[in-house]
Design a protein around this ligand. Sequence first.
Ligand code: SAH
Ligand code: SF4
Ligand code: F3S
Length: 442
Amino acid sequence: MTDSSDTAPKKLFIKTYGCQMNVYDSERMAEAMGANGYVTTENAEEADMVLLNTCHIREKAAEKVYSDLGRLRPLKAAKPGMKIGVAGCVAQAEGAEILRRMPLVDLVVGPQSYHRLPEMVAAEGQQIDTDFPLEDKFDHLPERKALRGPTAFLTVQEGCDKFCAFCVVPYTRGSEVSRPAARLLAEARDLVTRGVREITLLGQNVNGYHGAGEDGVWGLSRLLREMAGIEGLERLRYTTSHPNDMDDDLIAAHGDLPQLMPYLHLPVQSGSDRILKAMNRKHTAEHYLRLIERIRAARPDILLSSDFIVGFPGETDRDFEDTMDLIRAVGFGAAFSFKYSARPGTPAAEKPELPAELCDTRLHALQALITDQQRAAQAAMVGREVGVLYEKPGRMPGQMVGKSDHLHAVHVMDPTGKVGELVRVRVIAAAPNSLAAERLPG
Ligand code: SAH
Ligand code: SF4
Ligand code: F3S
């Protein structure tokens, strides 16, 4: 009798934490492993290899990795050949400690080294690679081939040189590197041939993109303008931006390019100039508000979202009120908000922390205000005509679900609708987290 395990493909389970770049990296790691005989599974229990693609941004996110690894112990005990890998930003920041604390881990691979994953998996004994290699990992990854859903991420820039006082990203992702424009355009064209109609360009500091183009260095606006020329690519988005890198041409692109969707995530973190300075953000609240005015002048219907940190060391009631005032002045369509989390190795971690209850109170107040603004923005969509790109069938028979131009989740009753179709709809109702709409003819 032959043993089917010799010929059957091995199964890879990946759990992704953190930001969209990790989602993109997980896809690329799955492709790299796919070229080496692994297929992905949704079920850790049947996996031959489990890979945790981790996030180090806040303490809770990082600690979760250790508790998840603990839960894998019985699985690995029941399946001796099983490999366990830790990738991503915790791997970068705490690689050696992971191997020490968690002997069940077979390999640790940082965000800039994961093209080496297949050879590390094949090797004996615990493996670690957290270098920032000089060569580009993208040169060593397999071509992307399979057909895929209508939306895709595309990393154009990685790393950050801004060193905000609270943030680990410059340490876990390294300094800013932009990928060459020709490579990105080729990758975007290839994604379109495989069914993609919307691409979100990714970077830790995406609007700081400065990649080699055919006639010199291109900024993000030039890259977007070229991508808008790709036939079949209907929608473009980009994230995450820094306020200091929103240049005039990028703002103008929001008015010029119909493919560039009217949604912008532009983290401000605080509305207090004192705190912004302590955070090393290098912009003021006023600078941010003027910027928003210019962006809205270019694209009046743009929906804005942001990130906020409450309880940064030294934040007074007055500072917090300044943040609330900024939120009231802008009117956001969405936002992410977090309690400050001291991260080892960052300058802010040296400073005394505020009491936890005070941070909780402030976070609740800020989130209540954001929720009000989000509901108002959703309610304001009712009656309007927007585009929706269908991403999957809904829970009800005949229902399709997709994202609007403004990135709202939209449900449409459309029994003949197909995944990947870009349709015009009229919004008929707003629920707390989504919109309902009817399809318009044509
Ligand atoms: N490059 C992006 C994203 C950085 S991480 C940017 O500059 O916006 C995403 C968000 O996590 C940040 O915008 C910030 O609001 C939050 N964050 C980062 N470090 C944090 C910390 N130490 N504590 C709490 N929130 C943090
Ligand atoms: Fe972190 Fe600031 Fe860089 Fe964003 S800009 S990744 S918050 S250091
Ligand atoms: Fe987290 Fe790393 Fe992204 S720390 S937010 S996974 S860049």
